[in-house]
Design a binder for this molecule. Sequence first.
Ligand code: NAP
Length: 301
Amino acid sequence: MTNRVVLIGHPVAHSFSAAMQQAAFDALEIDARYELWDRRQIDLAEAIAQLRGEEFLGANVTIPHKEHVVPMMDRLTDDAQATGAVNVISREGKKLVGHNTDVTGFKVALDKIVGRQKMPRQAVVLGAGGAARAVVSALIGEGFQRVVIFNRHLHRAEALVRYFGKSAAHMDLRAMPWHESVLEAEVSKTKVLVNATAVGMAAGETPIPAELLPPDIFVLDLIYNPPVTQLIKDATAARDAVIGGEPMLLQQGARAFELWTGKPAPIEVMQAELDRAREHGLLQVEIDMGPAGDSASAPSA
Ligand code: NAP
């Protein structure tokens, strides 16, 4: 029986996970197939129920369902509990376990960009979705003292702050309205800027005007496709240290692989596949869109 692992999201066609994980399965001769399931929220519960079947090793969950799947899990790990978001599902018998490997993935990216310098204590986070929750959890864990969240819909940023209420009681974690003057004031005094919104996936769009970027800060853009976003270009021009979403993608994916297979991830193989996907476009992966699928979001390459 060929095992199955699926990516559940909407859309899913932008994802590099299929190519990266399939290359890892093949390299270790694990009989498993990684599929893309494009599912709207209305079809999510049915998709999750299917994962209890024996042939499934588990799943990845992506935009916009990371928070929606939380109540559908039988058990949550500490990182999933802390963030209130799940990006990896594994199976224990018929039970589903929700994990959040984005937290570790982001920590690795943060450590990489900060390098030997002192870890900063202030950050501005753009976005309040599942990825932002992983970022905030990691920043709290790293000892940040002031973290300001901006989000298009302020109530979602406020909900995030409430969610982290207890674990952030010792620090200043706050939501602010996304007005350019407020954003400018906060960004001008921060050391770390994280884009955890989906803005930048389309060519040329950026969550923050170039002229608001101060020099000499750390800019992390979680978007990995395209690998160099407009924000990364603008921040480089402003003499900031920058890192795109790829290192985080690789690290969260390696941990997901280990959870599904119980084997160490072949990280060089996964990195090589990401390099290939970046240079030559996405592999044509097999897609089971199912009746709920959206044919408009099939891979373009
Ligand atoms: P999500 O839960 O759906 O959240 C999406 C976020 O983007 C929300 O804050 C949303 O704001 C904001 N947003 C979307 N469209 C917007 C627009 N037109 N203008 C302003 N804000 C907008 O998704 P997610 O899972 O957090 O993912 C967010 C991004 O991080 C995606 O690009 C994803 O690919 C990336 N990511 C990368 C990695 C990695 O390993 N590198 C891991 C996870 C996620 P509202 O709440 O106002 O709608």
